[in-house]
Ligand binder design. Structure first.
Ligand SMILES: *Cc1c(COP(=O)(O)O)cnc(C)c1O
Length: 346
């Protein structure tokens, strides 16, 4: 069956984004966060392409996500790290998986150690107060003798200029040499733009790989990767005074040529695009008219009146602008992309 929606994915842009972030990471290696199914793009497709480009460290949230990548990451130089660590329920799988946990609680460290688990990563909380053991736990010897590949921490405010960033960086720096860890890692996409003293040995961008711009310094570096395309189901003409869609949120003041698209908030084309989103056909700009509904969105085709039933249009989805238009975060725009798209890598 041919899907009625396409998510066009730009391999060259994805790889160029990773290479740019790798360059900005200086001497640190550059990994990739591919949790939440590669931020909605499809983790397999992302990992295949970035592994070919030279990326060796991938981050998922849980063991189900790791299992889904087991046959992609068969090269032994490729590491998959599971950011949520190991629950008791994960242990049977995790002990033999082709992936390692990022242990993030005292209990997880004990569980992994008592089971004779192999190499692991560890998350230390340097001030975000989300996941991680404390620097005090490290000082008291919690990690002694544990075979650690990478000691991680995560910044709370990397997309802002606040003193907390340097404080977190310095706390991680203070753990250098305190464990068996071969590498330290702190930076997500935004933190890569904070400068070389945030890169440590391994960076972990997600958003910017996929076209997101968390800091202005990355605006000229990052290229759009994901572009939704929808098909026209019906053409109609609004007369002056006619309104369209739920709650009649758009009323034509002059006659308007309209196309109804087969995309809506169930596809991650959020209601925030109501009267603010736009589509394109060639260079013609086709504004969204009225409320985005679950499966349908109306656009004006005055700028391209020959468009007809069955024709495809492209939704504007450059993430900084789409986030401003919709009121959603760039992260939500990506991870919300639904299951009705054919994901097509160009
Ligand atoms: C999601 C995540 C990242 C990637 O963050 P971006 O802001 O998308 O670059 C890095 N590290 C951890 C621990 C994460 O959870």
């Amino acid at each position: 069956m041919i899907a009625p929606l396409r998510l066009s994915l730009d391999t060259a842009a994805l790889v160029a984004n990773w290479r740019a972030l790798d360059r900005l990471s200086g001497t640190a290696a550059c990994g990739a966060a591919v949790k939440a199914d590669g931020y909605g793009l499809g983790a397999r497709g992302v990992v295949e392409r970035l592994a070919t480009a030279g990326c060796r460290d991938f981050f998922v949230a849980n063991w189900g996500e790791a299992a889904a990548l087991a046959d992609v990451a068969t090269d032994r130089s490729i590491a998959i790290s599971v950011l949520h660590g190991v629950r008791q329920d994960d242990m049977a799988f995790a002990l033999h998986a082709n992936a390692r946990p990022v242990l993030s609680t005292v209990e997880q460290v004990r569980r992994w150690r008592n089971a004779g688990g192999g190499r692991c990563d560890v998350m230390v909380d340097t001030g975000m107060n989300r996941l991680g053991i404390s620097p005090d736990d490290v000082a008291q010897g919690l990690l002694d003798g544990l075979g650690i590949d990478t000691l991680l921490s995560h910044l709370a405010c990397a997309d802002e200029d606040v003193p907390a960033n340097a404080r977190q960086r310095d706390r991680l720096n203070g753990l250098r040499g305190a464990t068996t860890a071969k590498r330290l890692s702190l930076a997500n996409s935004a933190a890569i733009a904070l400068g070389p003293d945030y890169a440590f040995d391994l960076t972990r961008p997600g958003l910017a790989l996929y076209g997101g711009v968390p800091r202005a310094a990355l605006a000229d570096v990052v290229r759009q990767v994901a572009t939704p395309q929808a098909q026209i189901l019906q053409r109609r003409t609004l007369r002056a005074g006619d309104s369209i869609g739920y709650n009649a949120l758009y009323t034509a003041s002059v006659p308007v040529e309209v196309a109804i698209l087969n995309i809506g908030y169930a596809d991650g084309y959020w209601r925030g695009f109501t009267n603010t989103g736009q589509a394109r056909a060639g260079d013609a700009v086709l504004p969204v008219l009225g409320r985005v509904s679950m499966d349908l969105t109306a656009i004006s085709v005055d700028a391209f009146p020959t468009l007809d039933e069955g024709d495809w249009v492209t939704l504007d989805f450059a993430l900084p602008r789409a986030a401003a238009a919709s009121g959603m975060s760039q992260y939500e725009l990506l991870t919300g992309l639904g299951q009705r798209f054919d994901r097509i890598w160009q």
